[in-house]
Design a protein around this ligand. Structure first.
Ligand SMILES: NC(=O)c1ccc[n+]([C@@H]2O[C@H](COP(=O)([O-])OP(=O)(O)OC[C@H]3O[C@@H](n4cnc5c(N)ncnc54)[C@H](O)[C@@H]3O)[C@@H](O)[C@H]2O)c1
Length: 251
């Protein structure tokens, strides 16, 4: 049986660990080659080691800096005429952004929006030519927290859902699909370290299914959405949360 992403090229942001690493490895298992973007060099080196021959390159890029995104895209496009999948997974998810709504300065709001909401669009625009050449797919990492935002984090992800719809509209003329995924609470090193145990248990307890969500549950969905099996799925926000969506995130 042929692999579902055989011969494809993907860029995964936030590929240094957690969900990004799981997505990169799942893509590689299905035959894709993967380029990584992140701020965390050590984490990217570890993911690159796990990817082996499927690793294309690693790029230290601060996604809050537009000039760094453009510098990356210029060098990437010079080497790659086609890009099959852009996975906008990087995000600020823990700490203040996950438990504050009021009292944040304008500067902080804008920083959170710049990484979680605007960077996926700026990066996609910068990589538009190779995405169009491949009739590729853009997948944005949202969150169940976007449904009833009670935190700055949830607001940035709600706005990412809106940007996803706008992007689908804009990129369709090039045959590029744009979708987002809303994970529920999925075990990653960052969320185990970043959430108090009681919060983790309480949010998990809101699921309809009494299951433990893993990074692979999300990675498997990304493989499907990047594959030809999903060729008619566009402009969708897909939940993968064990039935937690309606309750949303409360710190
Ligand atoms: N794990 C969950 O339960 C869960 C649930 C819903 C949504 N998400 C989303 O999934 C994504 C990954 O989450 P995770 O749990 O793997 O956390 P994580 O912290 O391990 O992953 C986020 C990655 O983004 C990178 N990053 C942050 N700011 C950056 C910047 N300015 N430039 C470049 N890279 C930057 C980090 O270095 C990190 O590697 C995030 O967007 C998060 O909001 C996670």
């Amino acid at each position: 049986m042929s692999m579902r992403l055989e011969g494809r090229l993907a860029v995964v942001t936030g590929g240094a660990g957690g969900l990004g690493r799981a997505i990169a490895l799942a893509f590689a298992r299905e035959g894709a080659r993967v380029a990584l973007m992140d701020l965390d060099d050590a984490g990217m080196a570890e993911t690159a080691k796990l990817l082996g021959a499927a690793h294309v390159s690693s790029h230290r890029v601060d996604l809050s800096a537009e000039s760094e995104i453009h510098d990356f895209a210029k060098s990437f496009c010079a080497k790659h005429a086609r890009l099959d999948a852009l996975v906008n997974n990087a995000g600020l998810a823990y700490g203040e952004i996950a438990h504050s709504f009021t009292g944040l300065s304008q500067e902080k709001w804008l920083r959170y929006f710049s990484v979680n909401t605007v960077a996926p669009l700026i990066l996609a625009e910068a990589l538009r030519a190779p995405l169009a050449a491949a009739k590729g797919v853009i997948l944005n990492q949202s969150s169940m927290a976007s449904n009833t935002p009670a935190t700055a984090y949830g607001v940035t992800k709600a706005a990412l859902n809106s940007i996803t719809y706008g992007m689908a509209h804009q990129f369709a003329s090039d045959g590029v699909r744009v979708n987002a995924v809303e994970p529920g609470i999925m075990e990653t090193p960052a969320n185990v370290a970043g959430l108090p145990k009681e919060t983790y248990a309480r949010v998990q307890g809101m699921q309809l299914l009494p299951l433990h969500g893993t990074a692979d549950d999300i990675a498997n969905l990304y493989v499907f959405l990047a594959s030809d099996e999903a060729r008619f799925i566009n402009c969708e926000i897909v939940s993968c949360d064990g039935g937690n969506r309606l309750r949303g995130w409360r710190y």
